[in-house]
Design a protein around this ligand. Structure first.
Ligand code: ADP
Ligand code: MG
Length: 233
């Protein structure tokens, strides 16, 4: 089944290429990716290691500039924005969760979650961060530092930080890769609960077939190209 049209697409990528390094050592990472993702969808991105999944996510999330082609999110053409404008564009639109949790070690859970709101200049950052930590089941850990938390707890903090700005779009790159199966499943429950409650669009890179099966659409990447795109029944 073909994905939605450009008009209703939250993400629209056109002929996206990514070349890293300088000739003669340059490597073609993405090779002409065309992709629309509809608002409110849940998408799993599968593919062998090295196929370009993380690179594609970085480009779609506005973290990395494509070498060619265009990327727009919510009608905003990322390829025309400078770094500052990109950072502002991501804020409040896009939440990102990575396999390594990337929490700031010198900040408590509460401070880590409040960071994106403080950067956005929002006044009630700590109250909202506390509420978000409560929502991911960490209300009793808000004063703890990352080193005092288990891996699953750290990933919950990272998810609270990704969700706190109420983004329309969440990118997750192998979010359960460092967690045991049970912990990983409960982490994913948090993202799918937000998807169900608020229509948050999910874009999840995973190797886990069970996790991919929870998504409505499964895209497969091979050697920098989309080689599969299907909807689950
Ligand atoms: N900075 C870089 N310079 C050169 N090659 C890179 C760089 N980053 C990643 N790559 C290469 O790009 C390819 C795709 O990487 P990646 O997007 O991380 O794939 P995946 O997430 O599917 O494992 C890999 O072959 C990787 O070695
Ligand atoms: Mg990767």
């Amino acid at each position: 089944m073909m994905p939605s049209t450009v008009d209703s697409a939250l993400i629209a990528a056109r002929n996206v290429s990514l070349v890293l390094g300088r000739p003669p050592a340059s490597v073609e990472i993405l090779r002409g990716v065309d992709l629309d993702v509809a608002a409110g969808d849940s998408v799993a991105l599968l593919g062998p290691s090295g196929s370009g999944k993380s690179s594609l996510m970085a480009v779609l999330a506005g973290l990395e500039r494509p070498t060619g082609g265009t990327v727009s999110v919510a009608g905003l053409d990322f390829t025309t924005l400078d770094e500052d404008a990109l950072a502002v564009a991501r804020r409040g639109r896009i939440g990102i969760v990575l396999q390594a949790f990337h929490l700031l070690p010198t900040m408590t859970a509460l401070e880590n979650v409040a960071v994106p709101l403080e950067l956005a200049g929002e006044g009630d950052a700590f109250a909202r961060a506390a509420a978000e930590l409560e929502a991911v089941g960490l209300g009793h850990r808000i004063g703890h530092y990352p080193a005092q938390l288990s891996g699953g707890e750290q990933q919950r903090v990272a998810i609270a930080r990704a969700l706190v700005g109420r983004p329309a779009l969440i990118f997750a790159d192998e979010p359960t890769g460092n967690l045991d199966t049970t912990t990983g499943a409960s982490i994913m429950d948090l993202l799918f609960a937000r998807h169900a409650a608020s229509g948050t669009t999910l874009f999840i890179i995973t190797h886990d077939p069970g996790l991919a099966a929870r998504c409505a659409r499964v895209i497969e990447l091979g050697d920098g190209r989309i080689v599969g795109d299907r909807r689950s029944a």
